[in-house]
Design a protein around this ligand. Structure first.
Ligand code: ME8
Length: 658
């Protein structure tokens, strides 16, 4: 048994929780449950980030005190996580007393290392991101990477010697290749640091909502120094050394890709300065969009987390979010896809398997678990080996932080068990009076179902518990992976109780009418239209089955990520008269490099500033020694030149085209 410490970001409390906040916390929850089933002592931390200019201004806008606002909004996050039945061990608030104390001590240590000095800050600040930006990162009064408005700041400030840590950080990335995943994110951070680091302003004097700088209370600490330190507060930091040693360094910090720089540059530099160990891993996940469009308050398209939790069974929501996209990728939230995955995967595959097996056991063998027999038949050997392989593959998927793969393997195993039943035909064995073989096949199917329940528990905990209750197994210990070390651990003679419908089939959602609220798929009024739409989905599925039509599934299309990117720079590639080397902002922290075969149609200077469609999730290709990280879409004109798919400023940079 070992200790396992995992964290989510702590969320800003200037607004209501949305799908993104639910997503990160659900990822962490799945890992926490998995590690507990492995027998680890898990500490799972989440919470709220409550200081800073952004929060102070949001409170001013509402005409209430910051304290009142953070109390109200933090409570909303806490409620959400309760409603989602997440299993965090602490919900930390940066206004907690122990945290304020830890931050003061952290800063004192950074100072003792000679890393803090007083100077004057002059530069750009985006309150929405709580981030400083260089001139080169700004265009039209906005941060290029995020679109947040920037303001000019000129004031006395304490600085942290971030520049001193550029080399140690690069060394850390080099010697710990898995410290930042996915690897594309590590490269992104490394090239940012290679570009040189400037010292970081870590205090402000023009607002007051924050933790004061020790010994200089007229300065308020930069909110990221405060926020990041939460990760050590929660495990005892400087107060409870025994606990701190037991849990620090954190095993995984889960974050969204938006806050990579803070976690992979600032945080390790602060820790080095304070003489503390660095986290073992930072896992940066992608971004959910709504109908391909980045969610934002101003567009009013933010997917509310409470609404989601009400619209869907929690297991289904978790399954969808974790199955639909690999952790590092962006994804488009779609009700139609939730319904498809629920119906085809959860209901038809697992739900059906459980129902039919319990029904057969009730009808044919008296409703209790038969005795296991030696495995000799080749189909039994194959089934047991498939169970072992699924277990090992799921372990590996967790190791690789690839939860979608874990679910692929789970579903593949469930299909195997369904096939086993088709092949062995217990109903025929029953008819023929072959009791011995009948009992053997049903034992194997029931034991497989127990394996599925355990392996699915990090993802669909309610369904797993229902299945296990069907075997009379109702304690935490029954979830332990220890019982998956060998086959046939389902005790003979156990009375069986059919768990009932595990996953209700859902009707396809109705297309949204303008200005109408999203309705639950089961909504009475829309049932008629939903039926029609479901048929449409059914129909298209059927035609897609035939390869000869050349049609693809909607899911195949959604694999291609096409975004609006803005060309920032363009130049000729030496020795290649067709190629141009571009850099483009695709809505990420750092621009992408693109090598495009468009030099015959465009002069480099014509391209700068254009917003064009580009494929952003192709595997990078090397052309003339330059790594191309995206592909620009173009069509041939009648005179053999190329025309680009262009967008004007109404479309935000980074918007996904769907
Ligand atoms: O950044 N898709 O807080 P925050 C997926 N307080 N995940 C998303 C998302 C989306 N569209 N939008 C947000 C902060 N997230 C700081 C963190 S940590 C010491 C301080 C998730 O409320 C994702 O995890 O803006 C992202 O990193 C986090 O919410 C940002 O939450």
């Amino acid at each position: 048994m070992s200790n396992f410490y995992l964290t989510t970001p702590i969320y800003y409390v200037n607004g209501a929780p949305h799908i993104g906040h639910a997503y990160t916390t659900i990822i962490a929850d799945a890992f926490a449950r998995y590690r507990r089933q492995k027998g680890d002592e898990v500490f799972f931390l989440t919470g709220t980030d409550e200081h800073g200019l952004k929060i102070q201004r949001a409170a001013e806008d509402r005409g209430i005190s910051p304290q009142q606002m953070v109390d109200e909004n933090s409570a909303r996050f806490r409620e959400l996580f309760e409603q989602l039945r997440l299993t965090h061990d602490r919900f930390i608030r940066t206004t907690d007393a122990d945290h304020k104390k830890t931050v003061a001590e952290m800063v004192a240590r950074m100072k003792a290392s000679g890393d803090i000095y007083l100077d004057k800050y002059e530069g750009w600040y985006a309150a929405a991101d709580e981030a400083y930006y260089d001139e080169s990162e700004i265009a039209d009064g906005k941060a290029v990477a995020t679109g947040a408005s920037v303001e000019w700041v000129e004031e006395e400030s304490y600085f942290f010697k971030l520049s001193k840590y550029a080399e140690p950080l690069l060394e850390w990335y080099r010697s710990n290749p898995n410290a930042i995943t996915p690897s594309g994110r590590r490269n992104e951070v490394a090239s940012f640091v290679e570009g040189g680091l400037r010292d970081l302003s870590i205090s402000r004097t023009t607002f007051s909502w924050g933790i004061p700088m020790p010994e200089h209370p007229e300065h308020v600490l930069y909110v990221w120094v405060d926020a990041l330190t939460n990760y050590i507060t929660a495990v005892g930091a400087f107060d409870d050394t025994e606990r701190f040693e037991a849990f620090w360094p954190a095993d995984i910090h889960f974050i969204g890709k938006d806050i990579l720089r803070f976690h992979a540059v600032y945080w390790p530099a602060f820790l080095m300065s304070a003489g503390l160990e660095l986290p073992k891993q930072i896992v940066a996940h992608g971004w959910w969009t709504n109908d391909g469009i980045k969610m934002s308050k101003s567009l009013g398209n933010v997917i509310d987390a409470f609404e989601l939790a009400e619209r869907y069974d929690l297991d289904v929501l978790r399954y969808y979010l974790l199955r639909e996209i690999p952790i590092g990728n962006d994804g488009n939230f779609s009700d139609a896809r939730v319904v498809e995955r629920n119906n085809a995967e959860l209901a038809d595959n697992i739900g059906n398997l459980v129902n039919r097996t319990f029904a057969m056991a009730g009808k044919f063998i008296g409703g209790s678990v038969p005795a296991p027999r030696d495995i000799t038949e080749s189909e039994d050997v194959a089934l047991r080996d498939a169970a072992y392989a699924a277990r090992d593959a799921i372990d590996k998927a967790f190791e690789d932080r690839e939860l979608h793969r874990a679910l692929e393997h789970l579903m593949a195993f469930s299909s195997e068990v369904n096939n086993y039943i088709q092949r062995t035909q217990p109903w025929a064995l029953n008819k023929a009076g072959n009791t011995e073989r009948l009992e053997q096949t049903l034992y194997n199917a029931l034991e497989s179902i127990r394996w599925i329940a355990l392996l699915a528990a990090p993802f669909t905990p309610d369904a797993s518990r229902k299945i296990l209750a069907g075997f009379g197994q109702t304690t935490e210990a029954h979830l332990s992976f220890d019982t998956l070390k060998t086959w046939a651990n389902l005790p003979a003679g156990t009375p069986l109780e059919a768990p009932g419908v595990l996953f209700e089939k859902l009707e396809a959602p109705v297309e949204e009418e303008e200005n109408s609220e999203k309705s639950a798929p089961q909504d009475q009024k829309s049932a008629k239209k939903a039926k029609k739409d479901e048929k449409k989905v059914e129909k298209s599925k059927k035609s897609d089955d035939s390869e000869s039509t050349g049609l693809i599934e909607f899911g195949d299309f959604t694999k291609v990520e096409i975004r609006v990117g803005e060309v920032l720079t363009a130049e000729k590639v030496e020795g290649a008269d067709k190629l141009l080397k571009l850099s483009a902002n695709v809505g990420e922290e750092t621009p992408r490099t693109i090598v495009a075969g468009i030099a015959k149609s465009f002069a480099p200077e014509e391209l700068v500033g254009l917003r064009v469609a580009m494929v952003t999730n192709l595997k990078p290709a090397k052309l003339f020694g330059i790594k191309s990280e995206a592909m620009i879409l173009a069509a041939k004109t009648t005179d053999g030149k190329l025309a680009l798919a262009r967008y004007d400023e109404r479309v935000e940079v980074g918007t996904r085209i769907s």
